[in-house]
Design a binder for this molecule. Structure first.
Ligand code: NAG
Ligand code: NAG
Length: 372
């Protein structure tokens, strides 16, 4: 074959593949991914903890005051949380339901095909974090997602199940509670973590990264190929850790070290598993910008929670007895640690369409679009 013809074929091929890819997506319902699987903590919890006997819950007002229908759903927010916005950006018909709300229903198997949310308020990388008060990240992976994986294989067969999972987006938000409990062991309940930490902040973060690496590898083995992972927020600036003027330096240091370690472990993982793609979103950089320049970002209150009690509304979570701010759109924080709906929406926008250093090595839109 002449070299000219060969060139034409090799130039033409990617276009044909792109076209086929697009048609396949259109037929599948125009979503950017066939499914969204969510694991992690309260940033992502859509009602998991409503099913647990736990103090870590958000199923009472004023949570949900701005949610459609004005009702508390278990989201630690005045409205939607970031996973709801991720589902919207992916053009999915709905935000994935909590696994515990559907796993015993007759339609569970078909729901698994479009995505499930395992996230549980209080969960950490360490299965000791808030033990007994949440579904640990280990349990989410090894006992819950593994069951969904099994169901997908039974329904679709191994190779179709792998193909389905390889196009699906996995969202992971974990690590913040480990750092919060390290910095302030009494945050939830002195009984839950009665011992002062024996590791230095650096040692602690390194041990988190080691566990997280193992957990992400287990998800890879269960079919995860497109990972959207959210790093730690600047936890020292959350109302609960904030001092009169300054953010807590140790907590912010640990958040930033954690984010550096997660970036390193993901680079290592993608060397080891070239067919794994990821987007790492660093919410610290974006949030610190909002905190330092509130007006430019549409905020008026950066240090106090909208819903809570006591100084800066930072004592206790949001309950019917809490005071509630009037304008939820000019507060960064909803309660003592969680962002308002508007903040979650802004951050998700950055994760989908932003660039380095906020989101690396690709944004979430590119994570969906990259062919494998
Ligand atoms: C808890 O974590 C430890 C250390 O990573 C691990 O050895 C153990 O198997 C985990 N326990 C459960 C129930 O997952
Ligand atoms: C990534 O790999 C490098 C080189 O092997 C190693 O030094 C580093 O500790 C690894 N990072 C993580 C977080 O595992």
């Amino acid at each position: 074959m002449g070299s000219g013809g060969g060139m034409a074929v090799s130039r033409g091929l990617p276009c044909v593949l792109l076209l086929l890819d697009c048609c396949w997506l259109c037929e599948a319902g125009a979503g950017l991914a066939p499914a969204l699987y969510v694991l992690g903590d309260s940033q992502a919890d859509a009602g998991t903890n409503n099913h647990l006997p736990t103090v870590l819950r958000a199923d009472l007002p004023h949570n949900g005051v701005d949610y459609p229908g004005c009702k508390p759903t278990g989201r630690f927010s005045n409205g939607k949380n970031f996973v709801d916005f991720v589902a919207e950006h992916l053009k999915l018909p709905s935000s994935p339901p909590p696994y515990l709300s559907i796993c015993n229903t007759p339609s569970s198997n078909s729901i698994y095909l479009s995505g499930v949310n395992f996230a549980s308020g209080g969960a950490g990388v360490s299965n000791q974090t808030n033990k007994g008060e949440c579904i640990s990240f280990d349990y989410q992976i090894d006992r819950q997602f593994s069951k969904v994986h099994e169901s997908l294989v039974q329904q679709l067969g191994q190779s179709q199940a792998s193909a389905h999972l390889s196009r699906s987006i996995f969202t992971v938000a974990i690590g913040g509670n480990d750092i919060l409990n390290y910095v302030r062991p009494s945050l939830v309940n002195q009984v839950l973590s009665p011992c002062p930490p024996t590791q230095s902040p650096d040692e602690f973060v390194a041990s988190l990264a080691l566990s997280l690496k193992d957990q992400l590898q287990r998800l890879y083995k269960l079919g995860m190929r497109r990972l959207f992972i959210i790093g730690a927020a600047p936890l020292g600036c959350c109302p609960v850790l904030r001092g009169k003027v300054a953010c807590d330096g140790v907590a912010n240091y640990m958040s930033s070290q954690y984010n550096i370690a997660v970036a390193s472990l993901l680079r290592n993982m993608s060397d080891k598993y070239p067919d794994m793609l990821y987007s790492l979103f660093d919410p610290s950089t974006a949030l610190l910008d909002y905190i330092r320049q509130p007006e430019a970002n549409g905020y008026a209150v950066v240090d106090a929670a909208c819903c809570g009690l006591g100084e800066k509304n930072a004592m206790f979570s949001c309950t019917p007895a809490s005071s509630l701010c009037k304008d939820r759109t000019n507060h960064i924080f909803w309660d003592f640690v969680h962002p308002t709906e508007i903040t979650a929406q802004k951050l998700t926008e950055v994760a989908f369409h932003g660039s380095a250093p906020l989101v690396t090595p690709r944004n979430v839109r590119q994570l969906c679009d990259t062919a494998m």
